[in-house]
Design a protein around this ligand. Sequence first.
Ligand SMILES: NC(=O)c1ccc[n+]([C@@H]2O[C@H](COP(=O)([O-])OP(=O)(O)OC[C@H]3O[C@@H](n4cnc5c(N)ncnc54)[C@H](OP(=O)(O)O)[C@@H]3O)[C@@H](O)[C@H]2O)c1
Length: 257
Amino acid sequence: MKIWLSGASSGLGLALARQLLSDGHQVAVSARRAEPLQTLAGDFPGQVLVLPADLTDASSVAQLAQTLQHHWAQLDMAILNAGTCEYMDVQHYQHALLEHVVRTNLFSASLCIEHLLPLLRRSAHGHLVAIGSSATFFPLPRAEAYGASKAALRYLMESLRVDLAAEHIAVTLVSPGFIDTPLTAQNDFPMPMQLTAEQAARHIARRLPAQPQEINFPRVFIAILKLLNHLPAALRLAVGQYLSRNAKEDQSNKEHP
Ligand SMILES: NC(=O)c1ccc[n+]([C@@H]2O[C@H](COP(=O)([O-])OP(=O)(O)OC[C@H]3O[C@@H](n4cnc5c(N)ncnc54)[C@H](OP(=O)(O)O)[C@@H]3O)[C@@H](O)[C@H]2O)c1
């Protein structure tokens, strides 16, 4: 299969690229940093197409799609994995932070969809995949920007699923819990049921061939979040405030051990 994957220079994307390449696929990889992508290409000779790009930049994405089209007649799967997470300090609410996170997590995905859909349409079994987040199942403290970007990404994918069904293009939204990556290494709070990037990549790669609408994991963690979200509104707020207090205490313990 011919697969394009974004955010392949570190974390989940890098582990997923390695897994897909080990499974024998041809993988085109993108991220801003070219060096880790070149290393990947060196490890899997003849299987990797290196396409570095800043995916928030429209002309870079257009150029990327043109190069991809030059090398491949069709694209079987596009995996929108590139993303970022920054936490909001509500005492100093910053619109710029939200704008940056939304641009990286939502607008870049939308740009890639615009430019890669024509190539996906040429495949007999086109498959569009996005990495969302379990944060969309329960509003978490300080996640205003990240949660909003991933909730919007969820709606975008769900709506696209309906519209692309007539063209037999499958749409999968992946919503993972915590994964040990450079992104979460900055987190100053406990991350229950955290998986390694390799475990998460194996799980995703195993599920993708069935083209499911959703891949949510770890299952127990997701079930807890969904259950919490079904609590009466007042209780849901109390749980959120409890988590928020804990997050502040953890942060303060780290700053003043
Ligand atoms: N880690 C978790 O617990 C977790 C949980 C749920 C969902 N996720 C999602 O999983 C995805 C991967 O995250 P991760 O944890 O693996 O983080 P990561 O290690 O920081 O990887 C993020 C990737 O996105 C790329 N990227 C960021 N901005 C980009 C841009 N403007 N243009 C092109 N590439 C860009 C980065 O590459 P460059 O810096 O080289 O550009 C990097 O390869 C994200 O969408 C994240 O929201 C992660």
